[in-house]
Design a protein around this ligand. Structure first.
Ligand code: UDP
Ligand code: MG
Length: 159
């Protein structure tokens, strides 16, 4: 099943110069980058992206964190792209994310600690949580003509 998913290198990931490392992991896994941009989103856009979390106690900190610097958003396409992206990213709280995942390898602060300090959970990266979320997020972040269709040299071997 070919799906699309949205990935965001969050401000902590951009500031720690992890963009290349993160892109590489998606490319290595056979997920095709079909759109990519650097954006410094404003509060309103962040609140739309994280609308599902509006009632959560960490919402304000989350919006502050995601708007504190530029992010790199990219859309990927591939077999089970949603689940496979989540597996590359790892569990939400860095202390639960397995080694080998992006969060397990590069993030350190647990969500519980971040909440106690009134900080947004700095976990380096976002990936859509479901197919529905992916479709909505890609529509929010990318115009139709910013997404591209092409064949990679690897596709013949991946499929
Ligand atoms: N978050 C937070 N505190 C929490 C839970 C989540 O600051 O207790 C932040 C964290 O940056 C997380 C984002 O809110 O990535 C969205 O939460 P979600 O549960 O959707 O996790 P994700 O889908 O990113 O793994
Ligand atoms: Mg989520």
């Amino acid at each position: 099943m070919i799906e699309r998913s949205l990935v965001i290198v969050k401000p902590d990931g951009v500031e720690r110069a992890l963009v290349g490392e993160i892109l590489k992991r998606f490319e290595n896994a056979g997920l095709k980058i079909i759109g990519i941009k650097m954006v410094w989103i404003d509060k309103k856009f962040a609140e739309t992206h994280y609308a599902a979390h509006k009632s959560k106690p960490f919402f304000k900190e989350l919006v502050e964190f995601i708007t504190e610097g530029p992010v790199v958003a990219f859309a990927v396409e591939g077999v089970h792209a949603v689940d496979n992206s989540r597996r590359l990213v790892g569990d939400t709280s860095p202390h639960e994310a397995a080694p080998g995942t992006i969060r397990g390898d590069f993030a350190h602060i647990s969500m519980a600690y971040a909440s106690k300090k009134g900080l947004g959970g700095k976990n380096v990266v976002h990936a859509s949580g479901s197919k529905k979320e992916a479709d909505e997020e890609i529509k929010l972040w990318f115009k139709k003509d910013e997404l591209h269709s092409y064949t990679t040299v690897h596709e013949k071997h991946v499929f």
